[in-house]
Design a protein around this ligand. Structure first.
Ligand code: HEM
Length: 380
């Protein structure tokens, strides 16, 4: 691994680096991440499906240290124990009302900025829609969006503190206690609700850990998905024109954006045994990062992989929502929410244009999102 590659470079623009490393092989050692990185699609999918050899259940896994055991930090029977009680609530049929609500919520958010003629769309639309959607879906009793956002920020800060140092234990303990209390209140107040259903199989603490993981999985990623889709459309005006002409292309435009910049650009695994992956010897305990961003631009799977093409026939083969036992629980919600946001923006803001000087594209080491999507539109 060439020493000149740094985490800063990977955060700013990893794609050309992954292309270069993919030429060396599907699995490469990267000093900067202190582990192996999988950069082709087939090997990425195989590793994510093999939770016996490549596990999430390792004491180094930062989210597990913060929220305790949950579906995200366990494998095998323990994983089934944590995930199964929540699975039914996130199917397309169970989400029907939520999806309708998402469309209405997105329209209300757009209406609230329509007279301004300009806005930064990630913070005006993507972020508030992400928080209110998950608060509504979880149905937490006596809790508002701001409080949930506070817990979410405390969890993120603690995860970052484990990685980079500077932990404020008191703050995160308070957030954890408030979350457990809200979960307990919700179970008591709504015995027919889905958290009470989960509590028939899990302890209150286990329900709270999984609720934290659901919030953790939902908020940043959904905000990023909306910001990135609007960024890609506004920077590819030929593709934007096609969607404006035919709004039924919106889901395809969103899917292609999810492929090009997966909001969670990598997932982390640990080798449980000495093994071989795509001809590379991996030792027990080695850190193995599956780069979803790299897999999604693998030339052997996607023609012209760096191009944003909404007519791409196979963008649903992207690895953006992962594969295997940890495949995203919220995949249908995430897609529906992003489509709702993009639909409302394109439908209700006329003559929409990107203000290039006040906008900045996707960046970030793990969570990649457009930093600013500042747009202007006509106000009659
Ligand atoms: C565009 C938005 C989203 C993206 C790109 C995304 C991506 C992912 C990825 C890559 C994983 C796999 C993690 C791993 O293998 O270690 C995952 C898992 C997960 N996601 Fe999402 N996600 C999104 C939205 C959501 C939403 C809205 C929810 C709300 C329910 C959610 C809940 C979860 C949960 C609970 C897991 C853990 C599943 C398990 O470990 O069994 N995600 N997501």
């Amino acid at each position: 691994m060439p020493a000149e590659i740094t985490l800063d470079q990977l955060s700013l623009d990893p794609h050309q680096i992954w292309h270069r490393l993919r030429a060396e092989g599907p699995v490469v050692w990267v000093d900067a991440v202190n582990g192996w990185v999988i950069v082709d699609r087939a090997t990425a999918v195989a590793a994510m499906r093999d939770d016996v050899t490549f596990t999430v259940d390792d004491p180094r896994f930062s989210t597990g240290q913060v929220v305790g055991p949950s579906m995200l930090s366990t494998d095998g029977a323990a994983h089934d124990h944590h995930r199964a009680p929540f699975a039914d609530a996130f199917t397309t049929s169970a989400l029907e009302d939520t999806i309708t609500w998402c469309g209405e919520a997105a329209s209300r958010l757009v209406a609230s900025i329509a007279d301004d003629g300009e806005a930064e769309l990630r913070t005006a639309i993507g972020a508030p829609l992400a928080v209110s959607t998950i608060v509504r879906t979880l149905g937490l009793s006596g809790v508002d969006d701001a409080e949930v956002l506070g817990w979410y920020r405390a969890i993120v800060a603690e995860v970052e503190a484990i990685i980079y140092g500077g932990l404020d234990k008191e703050k995160s303990l308070a957030a954890n206690e408030a979350l457990v209390a809200a979960v307990r209140r919700t179970i008591e107040a709504n015995p027919a609700g889905f958290l009470a259903g989960a509590a028939e199989h899990l302890t209150t603490t286990e329900v709270a850990s999984n609720v934290a993981v659901i919030m953790f999985g939902a908020i940043e990623t959904s905000e990023a998905a909306t910001a990135n889709a609007l960024w890609h459309l506004l920077t590819h005006t030929d593709q934007l024109a096609m969607v404006l002409e035919n709004p039924t292309l919106t889901p395809a435009a969103v899917e292609e954006s999810l492929r090009l910049e997966p909001a969670a650009s990598a997932v982390d695994r640990y080798a449980t045994t000495d093994t071989e992956l795509a001809g590379v010897a991996i030792a027990k305990g080695d850190f193995v990062q599956v780069s979803l961003a790299a897999a999604n631009r693998d030339l052997s799977a996607f023609a012209e992989p760096d191009a944003y093409r909404i007519d791409r026939p196979n963008n649903r083969l992207s690895t953006t929502f992962a594969y295997g036992p940890h495949a995203c629980l919220g995949i249908h919600l995430a897609r529906a929410e992003t489509i709702a946001a993009v639909t409302a923006v394109l439908r209700d803001l006329v003559d929409l244009r990107l203000d290039h000087g006040r906008s900045k594209g996707p960046q970030g080491l793990v969570f990649r999102k457009a930093a600013a999507v500042t747009a202007t539109w006509r106000v009659d």
